[in-house]
Write a protein that binds this ligand. Structure first.
Ligand code: CA2
Length: 145
């Protein structure tokens, strides 16, 4: 079975508790459960992790080199700031799919640029929390080649 790491960045643990008009009503636990279920349907083993700390996310990406075939990641606010996360992803040889729940291009200008997009093999933007499922499906597609 191919293994996929679903990584979420800062404040994603607040989903469903604040700003539902932007991010919807689903919680991180809902998203992670759905990712595991969709992964099972796709024949993937899915592991989900979330951190509010840039260094912890970087360490997990480094460790993923040994264990995972793909990373589906919502780097959240670090998308727009973190060269460190981008560099770690560049050292990861598997597929990288970037997910954003909201359409970052319809929002403030500082959200329009993502360092992670400079590495991503695919990007899902503005599809709500359904974007994680789309990201997993694309990861499965890339891994089947
Ligand atoms: O649209 C996305 O998925 C984002 O990655 C979400 C990030 C935001 O910084 C990015 O620009 C776009 C924010 C994560 C969730 O933040 C919350 C803050 C308070 C309450 C609920 C969620």
């Amino acid at each position: 079975m191919k293994k996929v790491l679903v990584l979420n960045g800062p404040n994603i643990n607040m989903l469903g508790k604040r700003q539902p008009e932007v991010y919807g009503y689903e919680t991180l636990a809902d998203i992670e459960q759905n990712c595991v279920n969709v992964g099972t349907d796709l024949g993937l083993t899915v592991t989900c992790k979330q951190s509010n700390y840039e260094g912890e996310l970087i360490t997990w990406i480094q460790e993923a080199r040994e264990e995972f075939d793909a990373i589906v990641m919502n780097p959240a606010a670090y998308s727009h700031t973190s060269i460190g996360i981008m560099d770690a992803l560049h050292a990861f040889e598997g597929a990288v799919i970037e997910v954003h729940i909201s359409n970052i291009h319809k929002r403030e200008e500082f959200r329009h640029h993502s360092y992670v997009s400079l590495r991503a093999d695919g990007i899902v933007v503005g599809c709500g929390t359904h974007g994680y499922e789309l990201g997993l499906r694309q990861a499965a597609h890339l891994l089947s080649k």
